[in-house]
Design a protein around this ligand. Structure first.
Ligand code: CP
Length: 304
Protein backbone atom coordinates (compact mmCIF):
# COMPACT_ATOMS: atom_id res chain seq x y z
CA UNK A 1 0.00 0.00 0.00
CA UNK A 2 1.56 3.29 -1.09
CA UNK A 3 -0.64 5.42 1.18
CA UNK A 4 0.38 6.04 4.78
CA UNK A 5 -2.70 6.30 6.96
CA UNK A 6 -1.75 4.78 10.34
CA UNK A 7 1.38 3.35 11.93
CA UNK A 8 -0.19 -0.06 12.41
CA UNK A 9 -0.28 -0.60 8.65
CA UNK A 10 3.57 -0.60 8.66
CA UNK A 11 5.57 -3.71 9.54
CA UNK A 12 8.58 -3.27 11.82
CA UNK A 13 10.78 -3.90 8.79
CA UNK A 14 9.06 -1.10 6.84
CA UNK A 15 9.47 1.26 9.80
CA UNK A 16 13.20 0.60 10.01
CA UNK A 17 13.47 1.05 6.24
CA UNK A 18 11.77 4.47 6.45
CA UNK A 19 14.04 5.46 9.36
CA UNK A 20 17.11 4.40 7.39
CA UNK A 21 15.93 6.38 4.35
CA UNK A 22 15.30 9.40 6.59
CA UNK A 23 18.83 9.10 7.95
CA UNK A 24 20.18 9.01 4.39
CA UNK A 25 18.25 12.17 3.58
CA UNK A 26 19.70 13.79 6.70
CA UNK A 27 23.13 12.99 5.30
CA UNK A 28 22.21 14.62 2.00
CA UNK A 29 21.75 11.35 0.09
CA UNK A 30 18.81 9.34 -1.19
CA UNK A 31 16.27 8.80 -3.93
CA UNK A 32 14.95 11.63 -6.08
CA UNK A 33 12.50 11.34 -8.97
CA UNK A 34 13.87 12.52 -12.29
CA UNK A 35 10.58 13.60 -13.84
CA UNK A 36 7.95 16.11 -12.78
CA UNK A 37 5.70 14.94 -9.94
CA UNK A 38 2.92 16.97 -8.34
CA UNK A 39 1.97 16.72 -4.67
CA UNK A 40 -0.93 18.56 -3.11
CA UNK A 41 -0.99 19.49 0.57
CA UNK A 42 -4.55 19.74 1.90
CA UNK A 43 -4.73 21.10 5.43
CA UNK A 44 -8.26 21.42 6.81
CA UNK A 45 -6.89 22.08 10.33
CA UNK A 46 -4.20 24.55 11.41
CA UNK A 47 -0.59 23.40 11.20
CA UNK A 48 2.87 24.93 11.20
CA UNK A 49 5.35 22.05 11.58
CA UNK A 50 3.65 19.34 9.57
CA UNK A 51 2.57 21.60 6.75
CA UNK A 52 5.89 23.36 6.25
CA UNK A 53 8.09 20.33 6.85
CA UNK A 54 6.10 18.47 4.20
CA UNK A 55 6.57 21.42 1.87
CA UNK A 56 10.32 21.56 2.54
CA UNK A 57 10.55 17.76 2.13
CA UNK A 58 8.71 17.97 -1.19
CA UNK A 59 10.91 20.78 -2.46
CA UNK A 60 14.09 18.98 -1.39
CA UNK A 61 12.88 15.99 -3.42
CA UNK A 62 12.28 18.24 -6.42
CA UNK A 63 8.49 17.74 -6.35
CA UNK A 64 6.05 20.37 -7.59
CA UNK A 65 3.94 21.50 -4.64
CA UNK A 66 0.26 22.37 -5.02
CA UNK A 67 -0.72 24.15 -1.84
CA UNK A 68 -4.40 24.02 -1.13
CA UNK A 69 -6.41 26.37 1.02
CA UNK A 70 -9.84 25.07 1.99
CA UNK A 71 -11.09 28.67 2.49
CA UNK A 72 -10.28 29.51 -1.13
CA UNK A 73 -11.31 26.20 -2.68
CA UNK A 74 -14.59 24.73 -3.86
CA UNK A 75 -14.94 23.04 -0.46
CA UNK A 76 -16.65 26.36 0.35
CA UNK A 77 -19.25 25.52 -2.34
CA UNK A 78 -19.98 22.15 -0.77
CA UNK A 79 -17.50 19.94 -2.62
CA UNK A 80 -16.74 16.78 -0.65
CA UNK A 81 -13.28 15.58 0.33
CA UNK A 82 -13.65 12.65 -2.07
CA UNK A 83 -14.55 14.93 -4.99
CA UNK A 84 -11.70 17.28 -4.09
CA UNK A 85 -9.18 14.42 -4.20
CA UNK A 86 -10.67 13.00 -7.43
CA UNK A 87 -10.38 16.47 -8.95
CA UNK A 88 -6.72 16.82 -7.97
CA UNK A 89 -6.06 13.31 -9.26
CA UNK A 90 -7.72 14.19 -12.59
CA UNK A 91 -5.72 17.40 -12.88
CA UNK A 92 -2.49 15.46 -12.43
CA UNK A 93 -1.55 15.32 -8.74
CA UNK A 94 0.57 12.22 -8.05
CA UNK A 95 -0.03 12.19 -4.27
CA UNK A 96 -1.96 14.07 -1.60
CA UNK A 97 -1.02 14.95 1.96
CA UNK A 98 -4.12 15.52 4.10
CA UNK A 99 -4.73 16.88 7.57
CA UNK A 100 -8.38 16.73 8.55
CA UNK A 101 -10.44 17.31 11.67
CA UNK A 102 -12.42 14.07 11.22
CA UNK A 103 -11.07 10.86 12.76
CA UNK A 104 -10.41 8.31 9.99
CA UNK A 105 -11.30 10.76 7.19
CA UNK A 106 -9.42 8.38 4.88
CA UNK A 107 -11.88 5.51 5.26
CA UNK A 108 -14.15 7.09 2.65
CA UNK A 109 -11.26 7.33 0.19
CA UNK A 110 -9.63 3.90 0.45
CA UNK A 111 -9.96 1.96 -2.79
CA UNK A 112 -11.63 4.89 -4.56
CA UNK A 113 -8.63 7.00 -5.48
CA UNK A 114 -5.51 5.66 -7.12
CA UNK A 115 -2.94 8.17 -5.90
CA UNK A 116 -1.19 7.75 -2.51
CA UNK A 117 -2.76 9.50 0.48
CA UNK A 118 -0.48 10.55 3.32
CA UNK A 119 -2.23 11.22 6.60
CA UNK A 120 -0.87 14.41 8.16
CA UNK A 121 -3.17 14.01 11.20
CA UNK A 122 -6.82 12.94 11.46
CA UNK A 123 -8.76 14.43 14.38
CA UNK A 124 -7.98 12.41 17.53
CA UNK A 125 -7.04 9.44 15.34
CA UNK A 126 -3.51 9.07 14.03
CA UNK A 127 -0.42 11.09 13.12
CA UNK A 128 1.93 8.58 11.49
CA UNK A 129 4.54 11.00 10.17
CA UNK A 130 4.84 12.58 13.63
CA UNK A 131 5.38 9.11 15.01
CA UNK A 132 8.09 8.37 12.45
CA UNK A 133 9.97 11.57 13.23
CA UNK A 134 9.67 10.77 16.94
CA UNK A 135 11.06 7.28 16.33
CA UNK A 136 13.89 8.77 14.30
CA UNK A 137 14.74 11.14 17.16
CA UNK A 138 14.68 8.33 19.74
CA UNK A 139 16.76 6.03 17.52
CA UNK A 140 19.37 8.76 16.96
CA UNK A 141 19.63 9.14 20.73
CA UNK A 142 19.53 5.54 21.93
CA UNK A 143 20.29 3.46 18.81
CA UNK A 144 16.99 1.55 19.11
CA UNK A 145 13.84 1.08 21.16
CA UNK A 146 14.11 -2.21 23.03
CA UNK A 147 13.66 -1.88 26.82
CA UNK A 148 13.49 1.91 26.73
CA UNK A 149 10.82 3.47 28.94
CA UNK A 150 8.86 6.22 27.23
CA UNK A 151 6.33 8.17 29.27
CA UNK A 152 3.61 10.13 27.51
CA UNK A 153 2.07 12.91 29.58
CA UNK A 154 -1.14 14.90 29.41
CA UNK A 155 -4.17 14.79 27.18
CA UNK A 156 -3.82 11.14 26.14
CA UNK A 157 -7.46 10.75 25.14
CA UNK A 158 -7.52 13.46 22.49
CA UNK A 159 -3.98 12.92 21.22
CA UNK A 160 -3.36 11.31 17.85
CA UNK A 161 0.36 11.45 18.72
CA UNK A 162 -0.16 9.31 21.84
CA UNK A 163 -2.22 6.82 19.85
CA UNK A 164 0.28 6.50 17.00
CA UNK A 165 3.33 6.37 19.28
CA UNK A 166 2.15 4.06 22.05
CA UNK A 167 1.24 1.18 19.76
CA UNK A 168 4.41 1.30 17.72
CA UNK A 169 6.76 1.81 20.67
CA UNK A 170 5.35 -1.28 22.42
CA UNK A 171 5.69 -3.22 19.16
CA UNK A 172 9.34 -2.16 18.89
CA UNK A 173 10.09 -3.38 22.42
CA UNK A 174 9.79 -0.20 24.53
CA UNK A 175 7.75 0.17 27.73
CA UNK A 176 5.11 2.90 27.60
CA UNK A 177 3.80 4.77 30.63
CA UNK A 178 0.98 7.30 30.55
CA UNK A 179 0.28 10.05 33.05
CA UNK A 180 -2.22 12.88 33.17
CA UNK A 181 -5.64 13.91 34.46
CA UNK A 182 -7.95 10.91 34.87
CA UNK A 183 -10.63 12.53 32.68
CA UNK A 184 -8.19 12.32 29.77
CA UNK A 185 -7.27 8.68 30.22
CA UNK A 186 -8.10 6.78 27.08
CA UNK A 187 -9.89 3.45 27.57
CA UNK A 188 -9.27 2.63 23.91
CA UNK A 189 -5.52 3.15 24.12
CA UNK A 190 -4.39 -0.03 25.85
CA UNK A 191 -0.71 0.27 25.01
CA UNK A 192 0.49 2.02 28.16
CA UNK A 193 0.14 1.77 31.94
CA UNK A 194 -1.14 4.84 33.82
CA UNK A 195 1.10 6.01 36.66
CA UNK A 196 1.64 9.13 38.71
CA UNK A 197 3.58 11.93 36.95
CA UNK A 198 6.57 11.76 39.33
CA UNK A 199 6.90 8.00 38.99
CA UNK A 200 6.70 8.29 35.19
CA UNK A 201 9.38 10.98 35.04
CA UNK A 202 11.81 9.13 37.32
CA UNK A 203 11.51 5.89 35.35
CA UNK A 204 11.71 7.31 31.84
CA UNK A 205 14.40 7.41 29.21
CA UNK A 206 12.09 9.61 27.14
CA UNK A 207 9.62 12.06 28.69
CA UNK A 208 7.12 12.97 25.97
CA UNK A 209 4.78 15.84 26.79
CA UNK A 210 1.54 16.64 25.02
CA UNK A 211 -0.37 19.86 24.46
CA UNK A 212 -3.85 20.05 25.94
CA UNK A 213 -6.11 19.67 22.89
CA UNK A 214 -8.59 22.41 23.86
CA UNK A 215 -10.12 22.39 20.38
CA UNK A 216 -11.28 18.77 20.89
CA UNK A 217 -12.83 19.29 24.34
CA UNK A 218 -16.56 19.74 24.84
CA UNK A 219 -16.00 22.11 27.74
CA UNK A 220 -13.34 24.75 28.31
CA UNK A 221 -10.50 23.31 30.36
CA UNK A 222 -8.76 25.38 33.04
CA UNK A 223 -4.96 25.28 32.89
CA UNK A 224 -4.58 26.74 36.37
CA UNK A 225 -2.28 24.47 38.43
CA UNK A 226 -1.85 22.13 35.45
CA UNK A 227 1.95 22.56 35.37
CA UNK A 228 2.31 21.88 39.10
CA UNK A 229 -0.03 18.89 39.02
CA UNK A 230 0.80 17.21 35.73
CA UNK A 231 3.53 19.10 33.86
CA UNK A 232 7.32 19.07 33.63
CA UNK A 233 8.60 21.59 36.16
CA UNK A 234 12.28 22.33 36.83
CA UNK A 235 11.99 20.32 40.05
CA UNK A 236 10.70 17.28 38.16
CA UNK A 237 13.36 17.69 35.46
CA UNK A 238 15.99 17.23 38.19
CA UNK A 239 14.45 13.81 38.96
CA UNK A 240 14.95 12.59 35.38
CA UNK A 241 17.65 9.98 34.67
CA UNK A 242 20.96 11.58 33.60
CA UNK A 243 20.64 10.41 30.02
CA UNK A 244 16.88 10.98 29.68
CA UNK A 245 15.53 13.33 27.02
CA UNK A 246 12.47 15.57 26.72
CA UNK A 247 10.23 15.42 23.65
CA UNK A 248 7.05 17.24 22.63
CA UNK A 249 5.33 17.16 19.23
CA UNK A 250 4.59 20.91 19.60
CA UNK A 251 3.06 23.44 19.41
CA UNK A 252 4.03 23.94 23.04
CA UNK A 253 1.98 25.93 25.50
CA UNK A 254 4.84 27.39 27.52
CA UNK A 255 4.25 27.21 31.25
CA UNK A 256 1.36 24.76 30.92
CA UNK A 257 2.63 21.25 30.10
CA UNK A 258 6.30 22.28 30.43
CA UNK A 259 8.13 25.09 32.19
CA UNK A 260 9.26 27.55 29.54
CA UNK A 261 13.01 27.40 30.36
CA UNK A 262 13.08 23.63 29.77
CA UNK A 263 12.02 23.87 26.12
CA UNK A 264 15.56 24.60 24.98
CA UNK A 265 17.47 22.95 27.82
CA UNK A 266 20.28 20.45 27.17
CA UNK A 267 18.03 17.41 27.32
CA UNK A 268 15.27 18.82 25.15
CA UNK A 269 14.97 17.35 21.66
CA UNK A 270 11.90 19.40 20.73
CA UNK A 271 13.55 21.36 17.90
CA UNK A 272 15.51 18.27 16.84
CA UNK A 273 12.14 16.55 16.33
CA UNK A 274 11.08 19.35 13.98
CA UNK A 275 14.35 19.08 12.04
CA UNK A 276 13.84 15.32 11.74
CA UNK A 277 10.30 15.91 10.48
CA UNK A 278 11.65 17.01 7.11
CA UNK A 279 13.77 13.86 6.68
CA UNK A 280 11.07 11.47 7.90
CA UNK A 281 8.58 13.05 5.48
CA UNK A 282 11.04 12.83 2.60
CA UNK A 283 11.31 9.09 3.33
CA UNK A 284 7.53 8.71 3.49
CA UNK A 285 7.14 10.48 0.14
CA UNK A 286 9.80 8.24 -1.37
CA UNK A 287 7.95 5.17 -0.13
CA UNK A 288 4.66 6.49 -1.51
CA UNK A 289 6.05 6.99 -4.98
CA UNK A 290 8.05 3.80 -5.05
CA UNK A 291 5.02 1.73 -4.10
CA UNK A 292 2.54 3.68 -6.19
CA UNK A 293 0.62 2.02 -9.01
CA UNK A 294 2.20 4.69 -11.15
CA UNK A 295 5.62 3.36 -10.21
CA UNK A 296 6.79 2.74 -13.74
CA UNK A 297 5.95 6.29 -14.76
CA UNK A 298 7.43 8.10 -11.82
CA UNK A 299 10.62 6.30 -10.94
CA UNK A 300 13.26 6.75 -13.55
CA UNK A 301 16.40 6.37 -11.51
CA UNK A 302 17.92 6.44 -8.09
CA UNK A 303 20.48 9.01 -7.06
CA UNK A 304 22.66 7.96 -4.15
N1 CP B 1 3.29 18.46 15.70
C1 CP B 1 2.40 18.97 14.82
O1 CP B 1 1.63 18.24 14.20
O2 CP B 1 2.46 20.32 14.71
P1 CP B 1 1.55 21.19 13.73
O3 CP B 1 0.13 21.09 14.22
O4 CP B 1 2.10 22.59 13.80
O5 CP B 1 1.67 20.60 12.36
Amino acid sequence: MSSLLTMNQLTNEEIFMILEDAEQYRLGKGWKPSNMLFVSNLFFEPSTRTRFSFEVAEKKLGLEVLNFSSEHSSVQKGETLYDTIKTLESIGAHAVVIRHQNDHFFEDLIGKVSIPIINAGDGCGHHPTQSLLDLLTIKQEFGGFKDLTVSIHGDIRHSRVARSNAEVLIRLGANVLFSGPSEWHDPLNIHGKYVDVDEAIEKSDVVMLLRIQHERHDQKTSVENYLAQYGLTKEREKQMKNHAIIMHPAPVNRGVEIESDLIECGRSRIFKQMENGVFARMAVLKRAFQQSKQKQEVIKHVIC
